[in-house]
Write a protein that binds this ligand. Structure first.
Ligand code: HEM
Length: 485
């Protein structure tokens, strides 16, 4: 096999990649050694800021195929026909730890999909949990601070983790979920994905629906116990990455079936739960799952940095027929992601191959900035409106309008008849088998018993009692037992 010629960044051949240029065999280095200077300088700049959350992740390419007709609910072109296929990129992640963190930990998992549709990229940036810890974006930075490493000790602190939850009763549902059996997935292939928020769909007749997405794994849900997870981390800290990479390399292409729950817009006001509250699910008995299609992952990225680390998803990337709901958390996220990308990757991150549209063309008057590569034609104008042949607006709204009423102010989310912070957490507990309840209680007690302050423990125990008296009693007893040991 003939070797390719090693070159500098400017394309000139490199004569020696083993010995730096020196002044005499034993002498000091020569400043004129461009290859050495460039090599060291470039190496110094290999890292970019990691994601402030979801730093550790794995990605793969694949496609989505529509299996069922849902044109009655959305006019999104990529969902318009049974059998239609759309290319996509999916990034899975853990949330709390840094880039070098271990995979098999108790933590939610990210499930972020970029559909390269003919109407532009559609990003669905979800988790493996149908709900979340808080319902207002103003709490998100505090929540994340409490879960990541403490600024003084440099460790994740049970005091911080549980103190935040003790002050956030709305977290009880998600805490119950996270401490239960599904809290440590066996791999990214063996977990479901959820859009979590409620989104808007609108059809060709302008009718509006509220929609929740559920990607059900076709590999089966498999989880690790706390003991199995500790053993897995010791054996292979990158266990999820290893599993996904190897499965795809071996041709075992993981897949998920997409279902949606659909609520006609007129039913939202009267529903017993606030449908825009991210701490709540819609029971399937109220809104059954409707199948949409199948997502398959079949290709590993060639370069993890270029394609996974530089992947940028934004919940604000919608296509006609799909849009946001008034869920406050979602609204906060519509700002946060592209802002993070501009900081982490720069203003032209949308031009990177993994992020650029593939089935559509980005054509606008945005210009220049660091690392611009889009050139256009020499006759293009850089302003609009203009008298030339540049791109022009369609005049067709992407989403249906929402009626709003009331006064501005820092209001709590509206409460519907069955809305409280504990009912659905209790329902989840009551759904569990005796074995599952025992493991849930043991997991909670294992963390909570490490908290240094009794008042914090008392405060959060009240949440478990409110969810279900048996749940509260068992956690209280288990914590007491562990603290007395
Ligand atoms: C107001 C609440 C939230 C804020 C402000 C927020 C903010 C962020 C930020 C800044 C990033 C890093 C983006 C980057 O650097 O590329 C991120 C990543 C992520 N977030 Fe959120 N987040 C919020 C809630 C959520 C929720 C509720 C979910 C799931 C339902 C979620 C799922 C994800 C995922 C999956 C990623 C990783 C995306 C990737 O793989 O690149 N986040 N979030």
């Amino acid at each position: 096999m003939s070797k390719r010629v090693l070159t500098t960044e400017s394309g000139a051949p490199v004569a020696d990649n083993q010995n730096s240029a020196v002044a005499g065999a034993g002498g000091p280095l020569l400043l004129q050694d461009q290859h050495l200077l460039e090599k060291l300088a470039r190496f110094n700049r290999e890292r970019i800021p990691e994601r402030v959350v979801h730093a550790r992740g794995s990605g793969a390419y694949g496609h989505f195929e529509v299996t069922d007709d849902i044109t009655g609910f959305t006019r999104a072109a990529f969902l318009s026909e049974v059998g239609k296929r759309t290319d996509l990129f999916l990034r899975f992640s853990t949330v709390a730890d840094s880039l070098g963190g271990a995979d098999a930990v108790r933590d939610p998992r990210g499930f972020a999909v970029k559909f390269y549709t003919e109407e532009g990229n559609y990003d669905l940036v979800g988790n493996n949990t149908p709900v979340f810890f808080v319902r207002d974006p103003i709490k998100f930075p505090d929540f994340i601070h409490s879960q990541k490493r403490d600024p003084f000790t440099g460790r994740q602190e049970p005091d911080n983790v549980w103190d935040f939850w003790a002050h956030s009763p709305e977290a009880t549902h998600q805490v119950t979920w996270l401490m239960g059996d599904r809290g440590i997935p066996a791999s990214y292939r063996h977990m479901n994905g959820y859009g979590s928020h409620t989104y808007q769909w609108n059809n060709a007749d302008g009718e509006v629906f509220w929609v929740k997405y559920h990607f059900k794994t076709n590999q089966g849900v498999r989880s690790l116990s706390a003991g199995q997870a500790a053993e897995t981390v010791g054996r292979d800290a990158n266990s999820h990455q290893t599993d996904l990479l190897q499965a795809i390399e071996r041709g075992m292409h993981p897949s998920w079936t997409l279902y949606v729950q659909i609520m006609p817009a007129a039913e939202a006001d009267g529903y017993r739960f606030n449908p825009f509250d991210l701490t709540k699910v819609w029971p399937h008995a109220d809104y059954p799952l409707k199948r949409v299609g199948r997502l398959v992952l079949d290709r590993n990225p060639d370069n993890v940095f270029a394609e996974v680390e530089q992947a940028a998803f934004s919940p604000n990337n919608f296509v006609p027929g799909i849009g946001p709901s008034p869920d406050k958390m979602l609204q906060g996220r519509l700002f946060a992601y592209a802002d993070a990308h501009r900081y982490r990757l720069g203003v032209n991150h949308t031009q990177l191959p993994v992020n650029a549209p593939r089935a559509a063309v980005a054509d606008n008057y945005g210009r220049d900035g660091l690392m611009a590569t889009r050139r256009g034609s020499r006759h293009d104008k850089n302003y609009e409106p203009n008298s030339y042949a540049g791109p022009a607006q369609t005049g067709a709204p992407l989403t249906a309008p929402l009626e709003v009423r009331g006064w501005t102010g820092t209001h709590a989310a509206p409460q519907h008849t069955k809305d409280d912070d504990f009912f659905q957490a209790g329902e989840l507990y009551r759904l569990m088998s005796e074995d599952e309840r025992a493991r849930l209680v043991a997991n909670i007690a294992g963390g909570l018993s490490q908290v240094s302050r009794e008042d914090v423990i008392e405060r959060i125990l009240a949440h478990f009692h409110a969810a279900d008296p048996e749940y509260g009693r068992r956690v209280e007893e288990a914590v007491r037992d562990l603290r007395e040991k």
